[in-house]
Design a protein around this ligand. Structure first.
Ligand SMILES: [Zn+2]
Ligand SMILES: [Zn+2]
Length: 319
């Protein structure tokens, strides 16, 4: 376990490294902001002492993980609905579309798939769409029977006589067809599956960076470290317990934000440890970070950050 203090880069070194990089990137801007009228432009004349107004000592924590972004949870959910509800569902189709990039996918990991739609004959009406029953009006006879009282002969004796006519409800058939309540008369019910989106399985390296300096470069710094961790010197730890107990001794300073940053990085680390799809592939690095607040003679304000030790560090700037 490292017990020695890491040497933070001194301000002049950081400033010199930055100004050379800035000159390579945008010479015109350097001349405009730092040049003197009538004098030859020279980097030597631009010193930290003159332009750095304030500095802060911060820290950054880095580790990398390998993440496999794989297929969504397996299995399917079956749905059974009446015909008129099939169209209410949003269907997806991946037929001939190849594997899907999970990072680009907008939507659920399991979705209803169009090709899975199947007609299932209604069990209630056995696929007929209606239920046959006896006509209630004629009790299935097809006839309406009435008894008339008829007056017979001169005496007009009352006699009962039967009279019948076809039932108007069943048109004389005695049967009645009722729309099946289950399938709504559509004969079939419809089945479809909610299936996992066919994602590609990709294993990607993911840099995790936390810094106590409020910078917008965290992503850029993380990506850089991922590519060239050997170009920057930090202190390596095997676990957060060691890092927490040695952080101040190693950096030679500590502050509230650094402690907060350690806490945030630690919770990310724990999450990665628990994530079945993730694997931590590096040790934990603690880097000194210097934040310099600068101002040119023309009044332009900018910041320079250094990450790493006096031996090996990188610079970033919003100049
Ligand atoms: Zn039915
Ligand atoms: Zn009838």
């Amino acid at each position: 376990m490292p017990d020695v203090r890491i040497k933070t880069p001194n301000l002049d070194d950081i400033f010199n490294k930055w100004k050379q990089k800035a000159l390579r990137q945008d010479k015109k801007k350097m001349e405009k902001e730092f040049g003197t009228k009538g004098a030859m432009f020279s980097l030597d004349a631009i010193s930290a002492a003159e332009y750095v107004k304030d500095t802060m000592k911060e820290a950054a924590i880095y580790f990398a993980i390998k993440k496999s972004l794989g297929p969504a949870p397996k299995g399917k959910d079956e749905n059974l609905v009446i015909a008129s509800r099939v169209g209410k569902e949003q269907f997806y189709s991946f037929k001939g579309a190849g594997k899907i990039d999970k990072e680009e996918w907008k939507g659920d990991e399991k979705v209803p798939q169009f090709e899975s739609i199947q007609a299932v004959p209604c069990k209630n009406c056995r696929g007929k769409g209606y239920i046959e029953d006896k006509c209630k009006s004629c009790k299935g006879t097809g006839k309406i029977e009435e008894t008339f009282t008829v007056l017979v002969g001169e005496e007009q004796n009352k006699e009962k006589k039967q009279f019948s006519y076809p039932c108007g409800v069943c048109y004389g058939s005695g049967n009645r067809s009722e729309t099946c309540k289950e399938c709504g008369g559509h004969k079939n019910m419809y089945k479809y599956d909610t299936l996992p989106v066919p994602f590609k399985t990709v294993v990607t390296g993911v840099p995790i960076l936390h810094s106590s300096a409020q910078t917008k470069y965290e992503k850029e710094i993380g990506d850089d470290l991922h590519k060239m961790i050997e170009d920057v010197e930090g202190i390596k730890f095997n676990d957060f317990k060691a890092l927490e107990s040695k952080a101040e001794a190693s950096l030679g300073y500590i502050n509230k934000n650094i402690n907060k940053t350690i806490g945030a990085a630690k919770s990310d680390y724990r999450k990665s440890e628990k994530d079945k799809n993730a694997q931590i592939t590096t040790q934990i690095y603690l880097f000194p970070m210097i934040q310099m607040f600068c101002q040119t003679k023309r009044g332009s304000k900018f910041e320079i950050y250094s990450l790493g030790s006096g031996n090996k560090f990188m610079t970033y700037s919003n100049f």
